[in-house]
Design a binder for this molecule. Sequence first.
Ligand code: AMP
Ligand code: MG
Length: 337
Amino acid sequence: MTKLINIAIFIAVLTAFALTGCKAQQPVEVTDYVMGTVLTQRIYGGNRELADHVTAQIRLLESQISTNIESSDISKISRAAGKSLIETSQIELIELSKEVSEKSHGAFDITVAPITKLWGIGTENARVPSKQEIEAVLPLVGYENIVLKDGKAGLTKQGAALDLGAIGKGAASDLALSLYKEKDITSAVVSVGGSIGLMGRRPDEKSFKIGLRDPFGSANQHIAVLLLEDISVSTSGSYEKYIEKNGIRYHHIIDPFTGYPAQSDLVSVTVIHKSGALCDALSTACFVLGYEKGKELLNEYGAKGIFIDKDKNIYFAGNLDNIFELKQDSGYRVVSR
Ligand code: AMP
Ligand code: MG
């Protein structure tokens, strides 16, 4: 029962949702709770068995990369930091993380774990740590300390640790799409929290419509619609997870250089690219970098982006003509295309 209630709550906090409406072919639609968030699958021409198989495979991925699971490869790598390398099936994901860390000059950094652990935002132990606590662990953060060798991964500094929270959901959506492909599915939508994967088009040949959440509204309010096909999209927003103390809001996206929540004036960044893992990593990176530097990073990857600041200004990276439809009376304005 508690689980069902949790699922209902997390459906309500999805950052974006698919607004498909095709009656021609009834899809199989399944909702589960994985990776601390809601997984929804809509598979046209698929069946329940396939959806359940995908959920099971995503749970397996979670068991390999979660920081909260002691037996995960990621937990093992963190425990062995400064001592030894650990064999893992997730080398490619760690490699991609390291690459985005380098290209974002450390704005995205999976070695931010000692800091995210201190804050605990999104957990029952969330709190505002003291400046001294932050300064004590900050030297442990640095992607340069990640070692990848012969299918093994490790960290050079004892006490260093990994957190794949900013890329894992995108990787899960990629995994779902690859499993649909194996079964010759040509039309599907998968959503893992703020990461959405789209396979093909709707069965009526139209693009999927993805609602862009109002960062200042409730979970089901959207300010724009994205018309997309055969692509992934991921949103990072300061409204997703936060705590408040003495009237100050502390959100979950950390600036690895300061150890405090990133302060770039942005409230959300949405990234569009073929790879879901990349979308997820880049949306977090861009949130930390801000618009100008974020746009440069997206250019390097050929990704598109939608940046929203706290004054309800919208900035584009890449060409979003025919993709982005702002809702009338949204209260937001596009200031840079
Ligand atoms: P996302 O919601 O995809 O932007 O990811 C945020 C999550 O990733 C947080 O809950 C942390 O677990 C982790 N995280 C926070 N800041 C960073 C960062 N700068 N680089 C990498 N991971 C981060
Ligand atoms: Mg992310």
